[in-house]
Design a protein around this ligand. Structure first.
Ligand SMILES: O=C(O)CCC(=O)C(=O)O
Length: 296
């Protein structure tokens, strides 16, 4: 998988050795200065606008007001700023370090933790997996779009909890082991999918804390957000080959494509079928065997 196609974000040169060592011992690490001030400002203002639009839409549907964090989901379908964030090279290097060379984008959302907002529920990100999967199959990158402080709801994390069994995660063990992952805007918290964490309590009276989260998984796992279903075709069409690959629009080994149909059309090499039409494999375009007819 190459990183070509990444557009707007700049890539800071970093020695990630100490980060990888902390991921091994603690299961998480805070990497400073991964985003520039301009990138933070652009992501934050897009998030504020999307959140306002979705709040308004929810009000119009009669949804009750909540004092909890607001989540804006499926971000790669909604804004270029977040499509660029999904292919951030520092994150992809660390995700490949945790999970292996081939990845899927598992989930992409952002949150706003309101003044006075309560702490979130303690969890691990690979919670849907059977508990006898004891290795990381998911990892998370939480980009700080504000300074994360003790007061404003910075993330609680339990160092070393990626090496504990998740059945040990109780409110008491979480409270006993947690630290607050603080940092300046533009930093990212990298988390192994097994590490225990939650949103912190926002004890300010007037400050909304903003974060954007990109999750990656191993390529053989069902993704949390179904990109093929949730992303408008024109967005997929314009996405870089790398982003399309991360969204699962390229076959990985025998997964995620139409090849199973081959038997029905005589098993010709390089040809498959989709909805009664023949598809030709198209490695050159970066689509592998998966090139739905609605894409020109
Ligand atoms: O925003 C945070 O501090 C953590 C968010 C989180 O862990 C989640 O929603 O999975």
């Amino acid at each position: 998988m190459s990183d070509e196609g990444r557009a707007a974000l700049t890539e800071p040169a970093k020695d990630l050795g100490p980060v990888k060592e902390q991921l091994r011992t603690d299961g998480y690490a805070v990497v400073p200065d991964v985003l520039t001030a301009d990138e933070v400002a652009a992501l934050r203002s897009r998030l504020v606008q999307l959140a306002a639009d979705e709040r308004e839409a929810a009000r119009a549907l009669g949804a009750p007001e909540s004092d909890e964090a607001q989540f804006v989901r499926t971000l790669v379908a909604k804004a270029q700023e977040f499509r660029d964030l999904a292919v951030h090279p520092t994150a992809l290097e660390l995700a490949r370090h945790i999970l292996g060379p081939d990845l899927l984008l598992w989930e992409a959302f952002a949150n706003r933790v309101p003044p006075g907002g309560p702490a979130g529920g303690a969890h691990i990100d690979q919670g849907p997996m059977p508990s006898d999967i004891t290795w990381p199959v998911v990892c998370a990158f939480l980009y700080m779009l504000d300074d994360f402080t003790d007061e404003n709801g910075a993330t609680f994390v339990v160092p070393g909890s990626h090496r504990r069994h998740r059945d040990e995660l109780t409110p008491e063990s979480f409270a006993a082991g947690r630290v607050t992952a603080t940092g300046t805007a533009g930093s990212v918290i990298v988390m192994d999918g097994r590490v225990w964490h939650s949103i912190g309590k926002n004890r300010t009276s007037d400050f909304w804390r903003h974060g954007a989260l990109m999750f990656y998984s191993v390529p053989y796992l069902r993704v949390k957000e179904n990109w093929a279903f949730l992303t408008p075709p024109e967005i997929v069409q314009d996405a870089s080959p790398l982003l399309r690959e991360l969204m699962g629009f390229k076959m990985w080994r025998s997964l995620g494509g139409p090849k199973a149909d081959k038997a029905f059309i005589g098993g010709q090499a390089g040809v498959s079928s989709y909805d009664g039409q023949l598809l030709k494999e198209d490695e050159a375009s970066g689509w592998g065997a998966v090139r739905p007819p609605w894409l020109n």
